[in-house]
Ligand binder design. Structure first.
Ligand code: SAM
Length: 189
């Protein structure tokens, strides 16, 4: 699977913006998911932890847990430094195919600006694999940019989720601060 490790500059700016000024916006998005707190959640492509750091405390309070998965060694070491004080968070390096995660075991999968970065011919297989990890009734929360030069079409997201056996619960297009027009959707197994 081809992917590019981030440069030190990219890591620096992602953390500098995403974990400070951007934090407000990511926190609001997490709030909008209305998590109960007791869920077992898998965040796929967790990056620097910009979102994970807001999910983790909600789950800590409610008895839930978070698995942060990322294929990049550099993003993994960044998140491990930034989201390091939660006993309910675990980190897994690799793609969903590399990891020994049982099927039907998660209440939710969060995909936050990740799929568009993955080769289009690999997306279907990845979404199917993520769907298998969900319990019946489990949810996928997805947000992806719509920009032509760095994004993906809403219709493709719908198609991938339906092919993976997921039903649409909520689907909208929002103008997200710092990113621009984005598809924001929830699907259920
Ligand atoms: C744009 S970043 C988003 C990071 C994070 N979700 C956020 O919103 O801050 C995309 C992330 O997806 C990861 N990624 C790309 N391809 C992947 C794959 N096939 N499996 C798992 N993670 C992947 C990258 O390493 C990167 O951390």
């Amino acid at each position: 699977m081809s992917f590019k490790e981030p440069s030190s500059t990219q890591i620096f700016f992602t953390v500098a913006i995403g974990h400070t000024f951007g934090s407000f916006f990511w926190k609001n998005y997490v709030k909008s998911l209305n998590l109960s707190g007791n869920e077992k959640i898998l965040e796929y492509g967790s990056g620097s932890g910009a979102l994970s750091r807001h999910i983790a405390p909600i789950l800590l309070k409610g008895g839930g847990s978070l698995t942060c998965v990322d294929v990049s060694q550099k993003w993994m070491s960044t998140i491990q430094k930034r989201v390091n004080n939660y006993p309910n968070v675990e980190f897994e390096l690799g793609t969903i195919f590399d990891l020994d995660i049982p099927d039907n075991s998660y209440d939710a999968v969060v995909i936050h600006y990740v799929l568009h970065d993955i080769d289009s011919n690999l997306r279907e297989e990845i979404v199917r694999a993520l769907s298998r990890k969900l319990k019946k009734g489990g949810k996928v929360y997805i947000r992806e940019p719509l920009a032509d030069n760095h994004g993906m079409q809403s219709a493709e997201i719908r198609e991938l989720m339906i092919k993976a056996g997921l039903n649409e619960i909520n689907f909208k297009i929002n103008n997200v601060r710092l990113v621009g027009e984005s598809t924001e959707a929830v699907f259920e197994k």
